[in-house]
Design a protein around this ligand. Sequence first.
Ligand SMILES: CC(C)(COP(=O)(O)OP(=O)(O)OC[C@H]1O[C@@H](n2cnc3c(N)ncnc32)[C@H](O)[C@@H]1OP(=O)(O)O)[C@@H](O)C(=O)NCCC(=O)NCCS
Length: 219
Amino acid sequence: MSPAPRLRAATLGDGPVLLDWRNDPLTRAASLDPRPIGRGAHLSWFAAALADPARQILIAELAGDPAGMVRFDLEKARGGPCTVWVSIMLAPRARGFGHGGPILAAAMPACRFRGKPLRARIRRGNAASLSLFRAAGFEAGPDDGTDILTLTKEPTMTETSKYDAIIDEIEAVRSRNNKNWMDILRLAFRHSPQDAAAILREIYKEDKAISDLAAKLTE
Ligand SMILES: CC(C)(COP(=O)(O)OP(=O)(O)OC[C@H]1O[C@@H](n2cnc3c(N)ncnc32)[C@H](O)[C@@H]1OP(=O)(O)O)[C@@H](O)C(=O)NCCC(=O)NCCS
């Protein structure tokens, strides 16, 4: 039986080893973009990915050694539902022993983007990957005949809190409304900059009063 994987957040120090795994011929053949990646491009992409709140990169260790990586990328559709794209990659030496299934199964509950559909894009010929995603409850959508299949795992009722869905909706409406507020501000400054500045000063004064009151709550 394979040892249980231990998951941890990826750190900058994982960059070089992930580059080796990514440039391995089998990984490249499975990737959506099979071209080899240069060290500089990879390390700067990796640093940005670690700092990106819409990405989560987990390293799976087996018996203390890094053996795999699972990445979750949150895609925020404007005004629509979000999707979390999942990808998995094992160290070449760790492949072929059935470690992928337990690593994926351990990673999904650790995903910090909760209550959203999980999706994976997998090449039609990648039998091992298709097998492990299917075993984890992912299902293929309609087959459009292309080389890349999209498999989806819908969140369970307990994962999708009704609060998450409402908060997502509020977030989308707020971002639309923010544009309306900025349009009003542009209009006001275009036509009457002094009056607009006076009103803005008042708004900031009141906002500061709110911040001071809020600070009292956290004392
Ligand atoms: C995909 C990947 C994570 C799978 O790793 P793994 O768990 O070591 O894969 P295994 O070879 O143990 O196979 C996993 C399952 O697929 C099955 N499988 C493997 N090759 C198969 C084939 N040619 N036909 C049918 N089933 C196959 C295995 O029998 C196993 O099923 P089981 O768990 O029910 O026994 C690993 O190969 C990898 O990192 N590949 C490069 C990156 C990649 O392809 N990522 C996926 C894209 S999202």
